[in-house]
Design a protein around this ligand. Structure first.
Ligand SMILES: [Zn+2]
Length: 822
């Protein structure tokens, strides 16, 4: 259940004891059998030697050296290697922290000195106290904690499974730490606890390994698999770190922010082939004002240590201050900023999965350049040693990642007290209120969608945010802070105080994001790394207001009770208890339509997230393949076309690289079949890009007014916008008159023939931006956001926005449900 459940630590302690006992037994046995007369001293020496010799090399277990050309270890081989390390090394203990979406074990390897491994639970408790400064009673205790504590570091590999090398490298890195006897390694192991995650997406490791093996020595060798490498999220598995949609996010978040509180989190990625060889911090602009300046500096410091280490080993092509920014929340390395931790990202240039590639100087010159790195041949402060092309192997990637990881651990060891103190101080400062910040946020009682409120609170609590419930009605001053606008808040409301150690997380999830208007010299919008806005209550359609002051403060606290677990909150919301965390929801449909969901081999994340929403709400559906569309197997009441370009849907994957069964898209015949399906009475529901294909091919009387606009005229990279809803339309059942909707480089329609097209929702006529960034808002204001049109006996429903964006926009899910009804 939710909350601070440490059951596995008992398990861990027991297992460590067993491990030590069994070692003791075998050593004594060895001693008595072979050396009956030797002194204790000799036993110790012998024991040490045996251990050193017994730490198995990856090659001895796998039969090949990981990261060698055209080798790949799948998840069972990786977990098997770590299990062998656990069994043979007293510096390594491996824990299963949960199961993946497809049921594979998620593991973390704790690597530290033998003494630290014996005392893991005690060291965990020390770190947990530093993370929660209110539990530290005085300066004396703080100094003791800093003296005894270790820097907790997590290194996580290959969350993006095509960026496969780090998962393979993790075995070599673990072996090196467990077997090396030099002073530097000893210093690292004595002062740090490494939580090494070989991959937080085991399902994807197997999807890639299986595809790679199957296509080795064919034209498809080294290509991306023709399916999402996370069952639901694909690449977006690294966009979920405040939302908790995925089992993997839930398990790692529990490990990090309910249990271990790492001071440093390093997320190891790969980028494209034809750019710099490696990108590390400091990052590019903009910096999010909710990220502490202390953290930004510490992030830069570690990045520069890595860069200097790499340069001293003559590694060319390393870039800092490029491409990646610290604006966006929700990534593996960005979520830690909101928990007072240092988040590091590295991006190594890719090979073709595990096959080497040759990059020519021409390839590099063709590269259009990225933010902060316009020319790959020009010497610059952030790119002092240009790489000029050559053969690029998986082992090159692994080598760079090992040097960087080692450099990071050296910092964590040498500056251990500094990291622990900073971590504590940041949390402590967050317990004090600033003038400019509200006192709390209130989630008011009596909202129409209790299930959504419950999920929202569960998301907050899972990240370690405290939630209180009101046990009596009370008076609060609401948003209008200067006006003394006091009104009574009803019993059953929830209150989230801002002054918690992770204050910035609370503010960042509740506040509106105001992305800076960043333009290039030519007047075009500078493209941010990810989205510009994400405010959760706006996305989820939840009423949450800032509380600036409370009246009658003396009696106030007595009306509040801390919510200990989600079922306590559910009871307040009159919901049945949930059997497990993040439980599925009841099917909201009144009818029983046959639902088809188009699934392209070009692996669309929008399709994955749609599938996630249908599964979460237990709505039965069938995936519809290219072949089904081509061969007219379309016996459905409703078919959903997730957002994808016309080219991707019609032409699909390239015949030149992919086996025939995966290539070729729905073809022109498929487009014709879809049209006949609607004309005969079927319903097509399209999202964003895919609507454009239908508008064009079926000559629907709508036009996307944003298509063709220059980036100097209009740009919105991912924001919450306001839509006004026609409540009389059946598609709007259960929705309010206005709502937030997620817009991500999306569409806005002008209706040419109102007798044929019904507008169900439109972007607000004025000020449609709620959170994020829109350049040239006038182009979308007042335009159609959701439309319905007839074609023959059937119907087409066109969403200009993303009603299920990353599984976050719960506020607009009901549109999808209504659209599916018979
Ligand atoms: Zn990546």
């Amino acid at each position: 259940m939710i909350g601070h459940n440490y059951f596995y630590h008992t398990d861990l302690a027991t297992r460590n004891e067993e491990k030590q006992n069994s070692r003791r037994r075998s050593n004594f046995a060895f001693h008595f059998l072979k050396n009956p007369a030797s002194a204790l001293f000799c036993v110790l020496i012998l024991t040490f030697t045996i251990f050193a010799q017994n730490v198995p090399t990856p090659k001895s277990v796998l039969g090949f050296q990981p990261t060698d050309d055209r080798t790949i270890a799948d998840w069972s081989q990786i977990t098997n290697y770590f299990a062998r390390l656990d069994a043979k090394s007293d510096k390594v203990t491996v824990k299963e922290i949960g199961r993946s979406t497809l049921g594979k074990p998620l593991i973390v390897a704790f690597i530290s000195s033998a003494d630290n491994i014996k005392n893991l639970e005690k060291l965990r408790q020390i770190n947990a106290k530093l993370a929660n400064p209110a539990t530290v009673k005085d300066a004396g205790e703080l100094e003791t904690l800093i003296k005894q504590g270790k820097t907790v570091v997590s290194i996580s590999c290959s969350i993006h499974s095509n960026e496969i090398v780090a998962s393979q490298m993790s075995m070599n890195f673990a072996y090196e730490l467990a077997s090396a006897t030099d002073e530097g390694t000893k210093e690292i192991l004595d002062n740090t606890i490494l939580l090494l995650i070989p991959s937080p997406n085991p399902d994807g490791i197997d999807i890639v390994a299986e595809w790679y093996r199957k296509t080795l020595n064919t034209k498809a060798e080294g290509t991306v698999p023709p399916e999402l490498y996370h069952h639901y999220a694909g690449h977006d598995d690294n966009r979920d770190w405040f939302m908790m949609n995925l089992k993997e996010t839930q398990a790692v978040t529990r490990l990090f922010w309910q249990e271990w509180y790492p001071e440093i989190v390093y997320d190891v990625h790969q980028q494209g082939q034809n750019s710099s060889r490696f990108i590390i911090p400091p990052f590019f602009d903009p910096a999010n004002p909710r990220v502490s300046p202390v953290l930004l500096r510490e992030v830069g410091l570690i990045g520069y240590k890595m860069a200097a280490d790499l340069q001293s080993k003559n590694i060319a092509g390393v870039a800092t201050n490029s491409t990646y920014d610290t604006w966006w929340h929700g990534g593996f390395r960005s979520a830690p900023y909101y928990h007072n931790s240092i988040g590091i990202l590295s991006e190594a240039a890719s090979a073709n999965l595990m096959s080497p590639v040759t990059i020519t100087e021409e390839d590099l010159r063709r590269n259009r350049g990225v933010r902060g790195l316009a020319n790959l041949f020009e010497t610059a402060t952030n790119y002092p040693d240009a790489w000029r092309g050559g053969v690029w192997r998986p082992a090159d990637i692994a080598n760079i990642e090992m040097i960087a990881s080692r450099g990071l651990l050296e910092m964590a060891a040498k500056f251990r007290p500094r990291y622990l103190r900073n971590f504590y101080e940041l949390g402590k400062a967050n317990l004090t209120r600033k003038e400019s910040e509200p006192q709390a946020f209130i989630v008011t009682a009596g909202q129409p969608r209790a299930d959504t409120v419950s999920r929202f609170l569960e998301i907050l609590m899972w990240q370690g945010i405290e939630v209180h419930q009101m046990t009596e009605e009370g008076y609060f001053a609401m948003d209008a802070r200067q006006r003394g606008d006091y009104h009574e808040m009803p019993l059953g409301s929830f209150l989230i105080f801002v002054n918690q150690p992770q204050k910035n997380n609370i503010l960042s999830l509740f506040e509106k994001q105001v992305y800076p208007n960043r333009l290039l010299a030519n007047g075009e919008a500078e493209v941010p790394y990810d989205v510009a806005g994400w405010t959760l209550p706006l996305q989820m359609g939840i009423e949450a207001e800032a509380v600036w002051a409370t009246r009658d403060l003396s009696g106030f606290r007595t009306t509040l009770k801390k919510v200990e677990n989600i079922n306590q909150a559910r009871a307040v919301l009159n919901l049945a208890p949930a059997a497990q965390p993040f439980a599925k929801l009841p099917n909201p449909l009144r009818t029983n339509p046959r639902v088809g969901l188009y699934k392209s081999y070009a692996s669309s994340m929008d399709e994955g997230w749609t599938r996630f929403v249908l599964d979460t709400f237990q709505i039965p559906f069938t995936s519809v393949s290219d072949k089904d569309v081509r061969e007219n197997n379309l016996n459905y009441d409703a078919i959903i076309l997730p957002a994808d370009s016309e080219n991707t849907i019609v032409k699909g994957l390239s015949m030149d690289r992919y086996p025939t069964e995966f290539a070729g898209g729905i073809t022109e015949q498929g487009v014709e079949n879809l049209k006949k399906y609607v004309e005969a009475g079927g319903k097509l529901i399209c999202f964003d890009d895919s609507c454009e294909m239908l508008i064009k091919r079926f000559e629907l009387p709508l036009k996307n007014v944003l298509s063709g606009l220059k980036r100097s005229e209009f740009y919105n990279p991912g924001s919450v916008v306001r839509i006004d809803i026609d409540k009389k339309n059946a598609l709007a059942k259960g929705l309010p008159g206005a709502s937030g909707a997620y817009f991500s480089n999306s569409s806005a329609y002008e209706v040419a023939d109102e007798s044929r097209v019904r507008t169900v929702a439109q972007y607000a006529v004025k000020d449609s931006l709620l959170s994020g960034w829109t350049l040239g808002e006038k182009y979308m204001n007042g335009k159609t956001a959701l439309a319905e049109t007839d074609l023959g006996k059937g119907k087409i429903i066109l969403f200009a926005f993303r009603p299920q964006h990353r599984g976050q926009s719960w506020g607009t899910f009901p549109f999808i449900f209504n659209a599916l009804e018979k």
